[in-house]
Design a binder for this molecule. Structure first.
Ligand code: ADP
Ligand code: ADP
Length: 208
């Protein structure tokens, strides 16, 4: 087995698809964004350093991210590989990752910039189970989240001005990784400007 990378701009649907693909591959989702938010909430040294970058929509330094990843992939549930969500985001991160674990697929969810703000600004998650919702495109069912304990959570950085900074960080620092992985024959593009189910079907077809 090896690991999978979910690649794409903020709001592309990486987290949404990771939860669905997880049911098929059994690989745990490893989201550096979620790990950083947990560190900020816990007030750890990593959290204190990361917060100012996250608040302004800039990337957190590579050494901080790589230290988190090195620890995470030593855990027992990662022994058959993981599904990286939002990592790697720079070429140095990808280079370091290639020394740590084998990557079998980089699945790129492609969404045009003009869709990103509406996706991010309508996002909410369930604080109890982590399910991802959207005010318009994937609303919380009227009876509440399927986990039965819906707690609405919204991210402080999911506002229009921070999204625009995150999008330019994506174009400047992360998008060049597409060529890096393409030259290694690991890169698969999926049109992410469609319904959630259609995208899942395409991703699973690539993995099978
Ligand atoms: P990412 O992890 O890439 O930042 P998310 O999975 O959190 O993206 O999705 C961002 C927002 O867009 C969420 O509110 C989610 O419900 C919504 N969303 C995800 N996929 C789609 C889609 N195919 N069409 C419309 N909205 C979507
Ligand atoms: P999204 O996919 O919606 O942009 P994430 O939850 O992946 O959001 O990331 C939130 C923030 O955490 C980013 O804006 C950035 O500051 C930081 N971050 C997450 N992953 C990384 C990474 N691999 N490298 C650098 N910064 C990261």
């Amino acid at each position: 087995m090896g690991s999978i990378v979910l690649f794409g701009p903020p709001g592309a649907g990486k987290g949404t698809q990771a939860q669905r693909i997880m049911e098929h591959t059994g690989l745990p989702q490893v989201s550096t964004g979620d790990m950083l938010r947990a560190a900020v909430k816990a007030g750890t040294a990593v959290g204190l350093e990361a917060k100012s970058y996250m608040d302004r929509g800039a990337l957190v330094p590579d050494d901080v991210i790589l230290a988190l990843i090195r620890d995470r992939i030593k855990e027992a549930d990662a022994s058959n590989g993981v599904m990286f969500d939002g990592f790697p985001r720079t070429i140095p991160q990808a280079e370091a990752l290639s020394e740590l674990t084998e990557i079998t697929h980089v699945l790129a969810i492609e969404v045009p910039d003009e869709r990103i703000v509406e996706r991010i600004c309508g996002r909410s998650t369930c604080g109890h189970c982590g399910a991802v919702y959207h005010d318009t495109f994937n609303p919380v069912p009227s009876e509440g989240c399927s986990c039965g304990h819906y707690q609405e959570k919204r991210r402080a950085d999911d506002n229009e001005s921070t999204v625009l900074s995150r999008l330019s960080a994506y174009h400047e620092q992360t998008a060049p990784l597409a060529n890096w992985y393409e030259s290694r024959d690991l890169f698969y593009r999926v049109n992410g400007d469609r319904g959630i189910d259609e995208i899942t079907q395409d991703l699973l077809a690539v993995l099978n």
